[in-house]
Design a protein around this ligand. Structure first.
Ligand code: GLY
Length: 438
């Protein structure tokens, strides 16, 4: 098969690796927005252009005639690339623009869950003007302001983290109304966040292992928010979650997939990535994404034993139930090396090198250029290293060997995947759950 992959981050590097490992993949065509030396090596055609422009992607696809497409990042989905490819008979294992509202419109998803009585929603309201907004926000106690559309990770503002007083939060909400027409104001949840990504074909929902991301730039979960500094999973379940938490999160995604089909008349095909939070009152939904997470894709796909091309074909054909999708029951830790100054004022254009690595440490390029064989920092997250082990300790050590092997102006979070940090999450959940029992 000829496969078109859109995107050029570390997430797409591992997607490219898994696709090209399949005996069913004859050629991989990549439509990228910039260089990625890891993906380029795997691609038979590596094209750099504007992947957020559906016409450009369609012209590339018309020339190369892939059997199907798969999209890594959220923006091409929100811009309607899948719809455009569909017009020329190329199916995608990613959602259309309308179904992609699951991620691209926060109000759409909140209203959908409310309309179909799906559990997990906070107390929320969608506003198109500031009328009544301050009173409502204050009535929630601490609250969250969510821009309706995609804002590159900067559209969610949490009281206590990003703003202090209700008035400050409302000021930002008014700015989001000016840009998006809507804004969502919702109750703030307290608990432990986790990512549960699922393959979805419109009928069947198959979960990947639960994973925890680390959004803050610096150790101890301090500093500005980033695209994600690193992630980990445990064999089985995360140690601060109960089996019921996982069942409940799965059920929310199953019900949401059904609701999407009823609401829009078409099956959702692709990834449903639930950003969930375990609270003292059970599992709640923070948001959905319509694609694989980055870094979460690294944890999930290194463990995936089933042929990734088969899975994507089954998503398109609506027969995921016919596959026995398996992940190895191991721990993984992914750590990103990012440029000094990231995310606010990152170094870019500077060379870096990577020392010798043991075979067990896997590396995935992100924002990296290659000039005359030299690796150059691009400015966003640079390179992800993944360790796999029977225990989290083993996996963490391997990921750490990876980030330490980078010589250049980068930094990383040493604490991701360490027992000390994970124990804090376990203690927090214990305390929250004990409060309810008391
Ligand atoms: N891990 C965060 C994201 O992919 O959006």
């Amino acid at each position: 098969m000829k496969i078109l992959l859109i995107g050029n981050g570390a997430r797409e590097h591992i997607m490219a690796e898994k696709l090209t490992k399949s005996p069913r993949c004859n050629e991989l065509f990549v439509f990228a927005s910039g260089m990625n030396p890891g993906i380029k090596k795997l691609a038979s055609i590596y094209h750099v252009g504007n992947y957020n422009n559906p016409d450009e992607v369609r012209v590339f696809a018309e020339q190369n005639k892939p059997d199907f497409a798969i999209i890594g990042p959220e923006n091409p989905i929100a811009e309607g690339v899948v719809d455009e490819l569909d017009k020329i008979g190329i199916p995608s294992a990613s959602p259309t623009k309308a179904l992609g509202q699951l991620e691209s419109s926060k109000s759409f998803t909140r209203e959908l869950l409310a309309k179909y009585n799906i559990p997990g929603n906070p107390d929320f309201k969608t506003f198109t003007s500031d009328e009544g907004m301050l009173e409502y926000a204050k009535s929630l106690g601490d609250f969250v302001v969510k821009a309706d559309g995609l804002h590159g990770g900067k559209g969610v503002l949490v009281q206590g983290d990003h703003f202090d007083t209700a008035e400050e939060g409302i000021e930002s909400a008014i700015k989001f109304i000016a840009s998006d027409g809507h804004v969502v104001i919702e109750e703030k949840f307290v608990g432990q966040e986790f990512s549960l990504m699922s393959f979805a074909d419109g009928e069947n929902v198959i979960d990947m292992p639960p994973i925890q991301d680390h959004k803050r730039a610096f150790e101890g979960d301090t500093g500005p928010n980033t695209g994600g500094m690193g992630t980990y999973n445990y064999p089985g379940n995360l140690p601060f979650l109960t089996d019921k938490d996982l069942v409940d999160a799965h059920e929310i995604t199953v019900q949401t997939a059904k609701a999407l089909k009823k609401e829009l008349g078409k099956p959702y095909k692709g990834i449903m990535y639930g950003g969930f939070i375990a609270t003292k009152n059970g599992v709640k939904l923070i948001e959905y994404n319509a694609r694989l997470g980055d870094p979460e894709a690294m944890n999930a796909l290194v463990l995936l034993e089933t042929d990734f091309v088969d899975i994507n074909k089954a998503i398109i054909d609506g027969n995921l139930n016919e596959l026995d999708i398996k992940f190895s029951n191991k721990a993984t830790v992914c750590k990103y090396a990012v440029p000094e100054g990231y995310p606010t004022n990152p170094v870019k254009g500077v060379e870096f090198t990577i020392g010798e690595l043991p075979d067990e440490v896997k590396k995935y390029f992100a924002s990296v250029n290659e000039v005359d064989g030299r690796l150059i920092i691009g400015g966003s997250r640079t390179i992800a290293f993944v360790g796999i082990g029977d225990t989290i300790e083993e996996a963490e050590k391997l990921a750490q060997i990876g980030v330490e092997a980078v010589d250049g102006p980068v930094f990383y979070r040493k604490d991701i995947g360490t027992q000390e940090l994970i124990q804090k999450r376990i203690d927090m959940m214990k305390e929250l759950r004990n409060d309810v029992m008391a």
